[in-house]
Ligand binder design. Structure first.
Ligand SMILES: *Cc1c(COP(=O)(O)O)cnc(C)c1O
Length: 425
């Protein structure tokens, strides 16, 4: 498959945009190939500037559960645009979106809309600190919560060790406020709680991890976090930017029946336009300005185009309940892929829930960041490139999640399995 135009356009972008991309993973560094430059997309397909067509399992990193260019979403955006693109004042769509979110998430009594998941997390952390009067946060290795300073931190050696920053530009003093525990390790959280409980504002977690590839929570992990949070009086935050409206209408908290104090949303709730949201218990949320002392604001927050797109998606999801069908389709895909890999004696672990899946090139079950890291990333890169050349776009890193949408057909699934068969040979 020729991608010379993509290469050319990417090289051009490199002269004006840092690294040619506006988000690092788009540079395809982990899969060692030139990135795609997209021309357009429709339903389950992505078209690059060279005219190649791909079955898209990236779906804008999970934002598009109804597939590309879903008619009701496009109509909603056009209708909203006819009334102007931004007012910087309150409008009706933002309220309707908030009501739809509240209906799906009983744990959310009040919420606020922002412009990205990063912004929502950053604001929720400030709120948790303002509410508790404490500074430290507990997060988990391999969980991603956007790129704000305190959250770009992974474990140093040893569980209770104070962390060092993952990236240049984060002051060590800020990173030191972030405590790290391995995912699915409730004992480690207990130890942190004993030592730092009185200084800790919140525990933040992806209730189903999706940013080290898909990693499911152990049976008692989330319940254990709820108990510890209650014991030491800290705010439990579920980051459901991916899982919200993805694994069920009410996200992972519905599936596992655990109520966090605050929930972070993003991606799906904007129907492919920039958005984020955070919300939860009234007694915490009312600490936020203009009700309370914790400041947070945004010129474009609650933007009528993004809110209208989000409303169209959520209304569809509420009306159609596509989740059983999505799950069935995805199970078909992963069981098909599993058989192909097994027949070819290629060691993989496929983690899946609903329409989310990751193929780890590893012979060890993947239950946390350490086990995810045992995967053969070179093999994944080779797999990614061959699949791309067969017209199948997978996540451009071993440590990301693949997504299906309602637009993916059984024929897409069959074609994908055929492509993997060719790879396995
Ligand atoms: C994508 C993501 C974010 C960040 O959202 P952005 O809109 O990219 O800032 C935060 N948390 C999780 C779990 C995510 O997957």
């Amino acid at each position: 498959m020729a991608r010379s135009l993509s290469r050319k356009k990417y090289n051009r972008a490199c002269r004006s945009i840092v690294g040619g991309v506006n988000s690092p993973v788009r540079a395809f560094k982990a899969v060692k190939t030139a990135p795609l430059v997209v021309k357009k997309a429709d339903k389950a397909y992505l078209y690059d500037v060279d005219g190649n067509k791909y079955i898209d399992y990236l779906m804008s990193w999970g934002a598009l559960i109804t597939g590309h260019k879903y008619p009701a979403v496009i109509r909603a955006i056009k209708k909203a645009a006819d009334k102007g693109t931004s007012y910087g004042l309150s409008s009706e769509p933002e309220c309707e979106l908030a009501e739809l979110i509240k209906k799906a998430f009983p744990s959310i009594e009040l919420l606020r809309l922002v412009n990205s998941g990063t912004e929502a997390v950053m604001s929720a952390i400030r709120l948790a600190r303002g509410y508790t009067g404490r500074n430290k946060i507990i997060k988990f290795e391999g969980c991603y919560h956007g790129h704000s300073d305190g959250l770009l931190v992974k474990a140093g050696s040893g569980v209770a060790t104070l962390s060092i920053p993952d990236t240049a530009g984060v002051p060590a003093s800020i990173a030191a406020e972030t405590l790290i525990a391995p995912y699915n390790n409730i004992e480690a959280v207990k130890r942190l709680a004993e030592k730092f409980g009185k200084d800790t504002a919140c525990i933040i977690v992806e209730p189903i991890a999706a940013n080290m590839g898909v990693v499911l929570p152990d049976k008692n992990f989330l319940r254990g976090l709820r108990e510890i949070a209650d014991q030491i009086g800290v705010v439990l935050i579920f980051d459901e930017v991916i899982t919200g409206f993805r694994v069920a209408l009410g996200g992972a908290q519905e599936i596992y029946n655990i109520k966090p104090d605050l929930t972070i949303l993003g991606k799906i709730i904007g129907g492919g336009l920039p958005i984020g949201a955070f919300g939860g218990k009234r007694k915490i949320m009312q600490f936020l300005a203009p009700m309370g002392p914790v400041y947070q604001a945004g010129t474009l927050s609650g933007n009528p185009l993004a809110a209208s797109a989000g409303i169209a998606v959520l209304k569809y999801l509420i009306k159609s309940n596509p989740y059983p069908e999505l799950d069935k389709k995805t199970c078909k895909l992963v069981s098909g892929l599993g058989s192909v890999f097994e027949a070819a004696a290629i060691d993989v672990q496929i983690n899946q829930i609903g329409s989310m899946f990751t193929i780890f090139f590893s012979c060890n079950p993947v239950s946390d960041y350490t086990s995810a890291k045992l995967s053969d990333t070179l093999k994944y890169a080779d797999f990614f490139r061959r699949m791309l050349n067969s017209g199948v776009l997978l996540p451009p890193s071993q440590f990301e999640t693949g997504f299906l949408s309602i637009a993916h057909t059984s024929q897409n699934v069959r074609k994908t399995i055929e492509a993997v068969k060719t790879f396995a040979k």
